[in-house]
Structures are given as C-alpha cells and as structure tokens.
Design a protein around this ligand. Structure first.
Ligand SMILES: NC(=O)c1ccc[n+]([C@@H]2O[C@H](COP(=O)([O-])OP(=O)(O)OC[C@H]3O[C@@H](n4cnc5c(N)ncnc54)[C@H](OP(=O)(O)O)[C@@H]3O)[C@@H](O)[C@H]2O)c1
Length: 266
C-alpha cells in the first residue's frame, strides 16, 4: 500500500514504525513530508522511507494520505494538499478536525477521521475511527489495516462518538498515568522503596486490566472477589467512595468531552 504521511512527528513516526513492523507497507511505499529537516532526516535514517519538504509531493500517488500534523497547522496543510484524485483516501488523526472541516478544506469526499491514543506509540493503542459515506470497502480496509498496526481499533458509524472517545480513550492515558503516580506515592508514603512501589503499582494495573479483559466478568464482580468482609480492601474502598472517586472520574470525562466539542466547533 502506498502511504503518504503529512507530518513525521511523534504520531507520524509511531504509525510509520507500526505499518512497517506489521508489513502493511514497505519503506519504498512510504513518503513523508515534514517542515523540519531534522525530522525528515530521522525518518529517512530510521525507516528508509522517502522524505520531502513539499506536502503535495508526499500526497501525490499515495493511496492513503495520513494527516498527522498539530491542529494549528492543519488549515495550511489542507490548502497545500487540496486537489487529490477521487480514489485517494485521506486519514486524519488531527484532534478536533471534523469530517466536515476536512471535506471543506480539501474539497475531497473520501475521508477517515481517527482518534488514536498515546500507547499507540508502543503498538498498544486504542483507536476509534469513522469514515464518510463515500469511502468504499477497499478504502475502509486500507484504513483499518493502518490503524490496526497501532493496536486495537474500533469503527464507529457516528462521528459524535469520536469526540466522546477523545474524552475517554484519547485523554484516558493521562488519567491512568495520574493514578499510577498517585498510588506509587502512596506506597512510598507508607514506607515502600520507590522502585518497589512503582513495580507493584504498574503490575497491579496491568494484571487487573487483563483480568477484566480475559475473564469478561463485570469489574464489580472482580472487586467483590478481592474484598473480604471486615478486611483491609474494604477500608481502602471506603476512603475512595467517601472522596468521590466515581463522581470525580465522571466529571473529568464530561469536562474533557465538553472541551473536545468546543474545539471541534471552532
Ligand atoms: N501524540 C498523541 O498521543 C496523539 C494522540 C491522538 C491524536 N494525536 C494527533 O496527532 C497529530 C500529531 O501529533 P504529534 O504528537 O505527532 O505532533 P508532532 O510531534 O508535533 O508532529 C507533527 C509534525 O508535523 C510537522 N509540521 C508542522 N507543520 C507542518 C506543515 N505545515 N507541513 C508538514 N509538517 C508540519 C511538525 O514539525 P515542527 O515540530 O517543526 O512544527 C512535526 O514534526 C495531532 O493533530 C494530534 O492531535 C496525537
């Protein structure tokens, strides 16, 4: 598959690395444009892909054109890339850029809007994506194979779910990192060496998440299994409930969703 990347930054690189590793494309099939000479050199040296400063050149001849620039650079890029052939698929990972704004900016109908998250950088991302009605089955498969290289992917038929995903899985890693940090500090507070606390917390997060996934059981059921009557866990849970952990998480997601909608409406 011929893929043209507009923007070879953190996410552009993660995608290039993943599609190469998964055999979705070969280095000779990938073109990357970036304003930064040092990023172009890095992409070329690390992955053997063809690099250029001209965005239009990177898009020319690509079956899929991936937009991976920051939101503030998007309108300039759209103006430069405009005039694609109808067969070309555009896949945008730009936060807040709606299908309507992409359609208008590019005057192009075949569009995919995706929201990956940070763990995509290690191939363990969660990407939610949607497509315009004009995207055909073959283009949809193309988008899916690019996004599947980043980890898990989930197609949604309604674009409104992308802003919701932005607030949940897009911002989610930051919430989880904060919890990992706070639990580690708590372990240190009660006397554990920091490296020990870090390992205990990280493995507990990983193991608990895997337990939910592997058993398919409701988290409350699993929680009940580790909460003995009158025991230590129930004391800890009492503090979390008293402090309003559930309502705090709810408010965090609602606030992030409101912001995602506001940014999308700009
Ligand atoms: N990072 C994440 O975890 C994540 C998750 C979900 C979605 N996203 C989305 O992914 C997009 C890219 O994020 P990122 O973290 O990869 O950003 P990034 O590291 O800044 O990468 C963007 C790259 O594009 C270059 N660039 C700037 N203007 C350009 C132009 N006019 N033409 C071509 N290249 C240009 C930048 O160069 P300079 O640095 O020299 O400006 C930079 O190398 C963003 O829209 C973000 O919303 C990121």
């Amino acid at each position: 598959m011929q893929i043209g990347f507009i923007g070879g930054g953190v996410m552009g690189e993660a995608m290039i690395k993943s599609v190469l590793a998964k055999g979705v494309a070969a280095p000779a099939d990938i073109t990357v444009s970036d304003v930064s000479q040092s990023r172009r050199d890095t992409m070329n040296e690390r992955y053997g892909v063809k690099t250029m400063a001209d965005n239009r050149e990177a898009a020319d001849g690509a079956e899929a054109v991936v937009l991976a620039v920051k939101p503030q650079d998007l309108s300039k890029v759209l103006g430069e890339v405009k005039g694609l052939s109808p067969q070309q698929l555009v896949l945008s990972i730009v936060a807040g850029a709606t299908l309507d704004s992409l359609r208008q900016g590019l005057d192009h109908p075949c569009l995919v809007r995706a929201m990956p998250n940070m763990p995509a950088q290690i191939g363990e991302g969660m990407t939610v994506w949607t497509a315009t009605a004009e995207v055909n089955q073959q283009q949809r498969q193309m988008a899916q194979s690019i996004l599947a290289a980043l980890g898990e992917e989930l197609y949604v038929s309604n674009e409104k779910y992308i802003d919701m995903a932005t607030a949940l899985s897009g911002s989610g890693p930051a919430y989880v990192f904060l919890v990992i940090e706070a639990l580690t500090d708590a372990g240190v507070h009660i006397g554990l060496p920091r490296d020990v606390a870090e390992k205990l917390v990280t493995e507990t997060m990983l193991g608990s998440t895997r337990a939910v996934k592997v058993t398919g059981r409701h988290p409350a059921e699993l929680r009940n299994m580790v909460t003995s009557p009158g025991g230590t866990t129930t004391e800890g849970l009492l503090q979390l409930e008293t402090g309003g952990l559930r309502s705090l998480l709810l408010q965090a997601v609602i606030a992030a969703y409101d912001k995602a909608q506001k940014l999308g409406a700009k």
